[in-house]
Design a protein around this ligand. Structure first.
Ligand code: GLN
Ligand code: ZN
Length: 569
């Protein structure tokens, strides 16, 4: 790089924002000793949290500069002001992980304070983290209204903010920069007070949450009542909710969105799909059927679109992983549910069968975690608002005759903070919000939760505290290894360890699935065990799903034949 004329190199070391062992710290020291940067200037970069106890180590590494994420960890300003002589400070002031315009005047004050202390030649103005986490260009965004857009900034706009900050801090603010600052501060002020964002009724409801709102009667007594009410066999079979989202389903939705298919025709289409799917589940003998989630484009977007306080962009794509891109919804204001979201479909599906139809909802933490969030209130508050909206839906489902309701929380673990010291606080509110969304129902109503891509070992007490009646998890691929945590913890409620890896087109046979279940009941009580796939079936094809689900039902039958006890007894 030096030979190519490169002057600055950024060394990304995000693990310096995490808890490091003594050995890891020592490895940093010895590795950097081997590096010879020659004439190249370097900036050591970590983000999404502060250096905290790694600060001394970070400062000791032989780099020209050091970057601070002052958005996530503004308290690092004191470390910046106390930088050892010669080190250059990179000030991460513009949030690279969100879509909001910054309040520039406040940021300028910080730059000025640092410049006064360190001198202008030791200060770099920067984004808080890589801009890969931010969509590209807001000016290409034509689906959002002008007021909302006025509050937002994508990567291109964030670069303009950085440039304007630099110009203003170095006394080079021309009329354009001054106008930019003015418009910016005005937008920030209007967002703070807008009635579109602030809904007093929602805030009031959150303020009035009490311990009672997350309390159900103890699981053991609920379980007895549910067993009597539901009359399910031993090893009940179910699925996680979605059935194949075929070309046909996606085309119908697209045609309806374009206005080419009327609302009535689209609903008729969905009813037909539901009817076929319920009948299919009856035929193969699934104990707890689902409606198939055909009406949902995405498990977060579908709900967000029906909630107040959520907006959807047209071009707000960001990289999720590899070549996969997602378009996260934008939570911009207080969240509430104007009317039922899923009741119509669950009720229709229940009318087609005598078996208990399971309703599926996306949980509050996952709704938060897979969206761009407000930066003007704690995540906990936003999640509680979402939890109350979901609670209303749960209660309405119950009123409509749905006795089994699943609240999906696949992103529960993903929300864990980088630093262990913050885990307890996160887990407290993550568990509480789940419980709030679930606790509005009668003891006889069975609450399920579903979590995939998760390891549970270090969060087991919190999983227990969620107090779900049944949890389904992804265990097929790991050959039941993930179940270990539940066994060791002596998880008291019921568990559906996945027996069918839905990420693969491969269809396991009944014996193979029974073998996984035998492994599970070596250590779990058979009366605790449900039989289900790892996750939803939306990415699979019908011709893959059909043989696998028939085999799954047969696996349950094999298990029942091997077991002397009966659940209802
Ligand atoms: N109910 C959802 C589905 O079946 C759950 C998806 C998920 O866990 N990611 O598609
Ligand atoms: Zn899943």
């Amino acid at each position: 790089l030096a030979a190519a004329g490169v002057q600055w190199v950024q060394l990304d070391e995000p693990c310096l924002a995490t808890d490091l062992s003594a050995a890891e710290k020592a490895a940093f020291q010895s590795a950097y000793k081997q590096l010879n940067f020659g004439s190249i200037k370097t900036v050591l970069t970590a983000y999404f949290d502060g250096y905290r106890d790694n600060l001394e180590l970070a400062l000791s590494l032989p780099t020209t500069g050091i970057h601070f994420d002052l958005v996530r960890a503004p308290e690092q300003l004191s470390a910046v002001l106390a930088l050892p002589a010669g080190k250059i400070a990179s000030l991460g002031l513009i949030d690279g992980r969100n879509v909001w315009r910054s309040s520039l005047s406040k940021k300028l004050e910080v730059v000025k304070e640092v410049v006064a202390k360190l001198g202008a030649d030791r200060v770099i103005v920067a984004g808080s983290c890589s801009l890969q986490h931010s969509p590209i260009d807001l000016s290409e965004e034509n689906k959002l209204d002008a007021e909302l857009k006025g509050w937002m900034a994508y990567a291109v706009q964030k670069l303009e903010e950085i440039a304007a900050l630099k110009a203003a801090a170095s006394g080079n603010a021309d009329a354009t920069v001054k106008a930019f600052f003015e418009a910016n501060d005005k937008a920030a002020a209007s967002r703070l007070t807008s009635p579109r964002i602030h809904n007093p009724a929602v805030k009031d409801r959150v303020a009035k949450i009490t311990a009672k709102d997350s309390q159900r009667t103890p699981f053991a007594s609920r379980q007895k009542l549910q067993q009597a009410a539901l009359g399910l066999p031993l090893y009940p079979t179910t699925t996680i909710g979605s059935f194949p989202q075929t070309q046909e389903v996606r085309e119908a939705r697209a045609a309806w969105k374009r206005g080419e298919l009327t609302e009535a025709k689209y609903e008729e289409f969905l009813e037909k799909k539901i009817q076929e799917t319920v009948q299919y589940q009856e035929e193969i003998g699934i104990d707890v059927p689902v409606h198939g989630e055909f009406e949902r484009n995405d498990m977060v977007e579908y709900f967000g679109e029906q909630l107040q306080g959520y907006a959807f962009s047209k071009n707000g794509w960001v990289q999720s992983y590899g070549s996969r891109y997602v378009k996260p919804p934008i939570i911009f204001g207080d969240v509430s549910r104007p009317e039922p979201m899923t009741v119509r479909w669950s009720k229709y599906a229940q009318s087609l069968t005598k078996k208990p139809m399971k309703g599926m909802l996306t949980g509050p933490v996952t709704m938060l975690q897979w969206s761009f969030v407000r930066d003007d209130q704690p995540r906990e508050t936003t999640t509680k608002q979402i939890a109350l909206a979901i609670r209303d839906e749960v209660v309405d489902l119950e009123k409509a005759g749905i006795t089994i309701i699943q609240i999906d929380e696949p992103a529960f673990r993903e929300g864990l903070p980088l630093r262990k010291a913050e885990w307890a606080n996160y887990l407290r509110w993550a568990v509480e919000t789940f419980r709030i969304s679930a606790a509005g129902v009668a003891d006889t109503t069975q609450i399920h939760t579903h979590m995939c891509y998760s390891e549970f070992n270090d969060i087991m007490p919190s999983i227990g505290d969620m107090d779900a009646d049944v949890i389904s998890i992804e265990t097929a691929r790991s050959q039941m290894e993930l179940l270990e945590a539940f066994i060791n913890y002596k998880y008291p409620a019921e568990i559906g360890p996945g027996v069918y890896d839905i990420h693969s087109p491969r269809q396991p046979g009944a014996e193979e699935m029974a073998n996984l279940l035998r492994k599970a009941v070596k250590r779990l009580d058979p009366s605790q065990v449900w039989v289900n796939p790892d996750c939803g079936l939306k990415t699979r094809k019908w011709n893959e799903v059909k043989p696998a689900l028939s085999a799954m039902v047969n696996a349950a039958k094999i298990m029942r034949s091997e077991s002397p006890e009966s659940k209802v007894a």
